[in-house]
Write a protein that binds this ligand. Structure first.
Ligand SMILES: [Zn+2]
Length: 230
């Protein structure tokens, strides 16, 4: 929670929309409107994955400003999008556990925080605000540190994460795995595998803010596109 003194300091120091530079504490209305959630459901392996949109245009700019640029003021916007994806996945379910995919030590060091767990927490608050009883259950741990997925092929990614996660316990009730970016889906599939092994049930699927996939074929990621792995 921001204290009044932080808001006051911002007024003195000057703050702006991290996307277009308009004055204000958060993303401005024009930018938020330009990247309204547009959820789609994808089949990844044998799970359903909901994403709020494709990683292109203004949505891509926003994701990069948040993930690579460190614009934490975009947390509520990212949470809004992830919450919309979750809602499109869960149907009538009104109570669920959000399980963030675990971050590598490298990712936490680069980002300065556990981005996906923070995103899950903000998303749970957003969902509670619309009447869905969502709780964050960060039960997944990495058994080993995985390689940066960024330059890996689909097959290499699958091998890189296979067996890498363990669930410390199974959350009770319906479960949705959450991540920021869906690339090949290998990370989400490993998360679901680990949760199922621990006895989680039912696992409704997974949700992400954006997908790097257009249709069924993955979009090649550019070295600077911010899609470096967890
Ligand atoms: Zn703006």
């Amino acid at each position: 929670m921001r204290g009044w003194w932080q808001a006051a300091a911002d007024l003195v120091l000057g703050v702006c929309c991290p996307l277009c530079g308009a004055p204000g504490l958060h993303a401005c209305r024009a930018c938020v409107t330009a990247i309204a959630p547009d959820p789609v459901l994808l089949d990844v392996g044998d799970i359903s994955v909901a994403v709020a949109g494709v990683h292109q245009g203004p949505r891509r700019e926003a994701l990069l400003a948040w993930k690579v640029g460190g614009a934490a003021s975009l947390d509520p916007l990212m949470a809004h999008h992830l919450a919309a994806a979750v809602v499109s996945l869960i149907g009538e379910t009104s109570s669920l556990a959000l399980v963030p995919v675990p971050s590598t030590r490298r990712s936490r060091r680069e980002r300065g925080r556990d981005l996906v767990t923070d995103l899950a927490a903000a998303t749970a608050r957003t969902l509670v605000g619309v009447g869905v009883d969502a709780q964050v259950r960060p039960v997944l741990r990495l058994r080993r540190q995985t390689r940066d997925q960024h330059a890996l092929s689909r097959r290499e990614r699958a091998l890189n994460v296979a067996g890498s996660m363990v669930a410390q316990r199974a959350p009770s009730g319906p479960v949705v795995v959450v991540d920021d970016v869906l690339t090949t889906g290998s990370t989400l599939l490993e998360a679901v595998r680990a949760l199922a092994e621990a006895g989680a049930f039912p696992i409704l699927g997974a949700a992400a803010v954006v997908t790097a996939q257009a249709g069924s074929s993955p979009v090649a990621s550019h070295p600077d596109d911010g899609l470096r792995s967890r």
